[in-house]
Design a protein around this ligand. Sequence first.
Ligand code: NAD
Length: 288
Amino acid sequence: MKIGFIGLGNMGMPMAKNLSKAGHEVVGFDLVERQSKLFLISDQILDTVLDKDVVITMLPDGSSVLSVYSKILENLKPDTILIDCSTIDVLSAQKCASLAFESKLKALDAPVSGGISGAENGTLTFMVGGDSVAFDCVLPLFDIMGQKAILCGKNGAGQSMKICNNMILGISMIGVCEAFSLADKLGIDHSKMFEVVSAASGSCWSMNTYCPVPNVGPKTPADNDYKPGFSTDLMLKDLSLAKDAAENTESFTPLGRSAFKLYKEYFENGGKGQDFSAIIKFINMKSS
Ligand code: NAD
């Protein structure tokens, strides 16, 4: 396929590289100068999207995606499919889809889970919102960039799913960190704690796969001085999207709201740029 790829940052660049390595004709664009030996990078956004079968965006937020869509939509060929892989708010995702439909184009929201290593290794999980015809057309691209793509419902459903998933992740990471902090005070050894909980009813991804203490379980950012991984900055962004979505839908999410507040406090007090599991340092500091 001929693919335009807009947003070549930490996630977009390796995703675009994987598409190119798989034999697709990729042209990329970013506001910042980027270089790749694998595919062409244009300094003109319109050259990037002209005559393409698919245009993928991987951008920081809803306003950047809306601003890119407003520039490109009139210049796409009629059957181009737009895939937005950024994590953005549900309302912006729905607005993007409406703008695309007005231009007689199909759009999917397809945020990802799996982080930078998932983008590099082609093992992302895509949570997709949109219609099944467009989804089936681009499934081979999801299969290159990821290990799983799930159609979750109509436009906006991918973003809704991502927000719910990451709200669970933020809450569960705090839960695991609190438990380690309490276990310390009770004189329980970290490796014993991991051995028991990872095989008991407290087991979860934050404990078993992404353990927030060093030298226990599989290698995680905790074993690399809490270099991200998935940063506190991005966790705070996703919890903020969850909080907004809960307010917009009058949903009762007290733990999601508390997780947002705690990550905000940590972000403003040393957490910026740290892996999100480093919140254990903040929790330990508050305990003593
Ligand atoms: P990033 O900041 O590294 O990359 C974003 C890129 O978009 C930058 O290169 C920036 O210059 C470019 N950009 C911004 N506005 C633009 C515009 N108008 N036109 C063209 N380019 C523009 O961010 P990232 O880590 O690659 O994350 C991208 C998206 O993926 C975000 O929505 C993030 O929440 C989501 N995400 C990130 C991770 C992760 O681990 N990094 C994991 C899951 C989801």
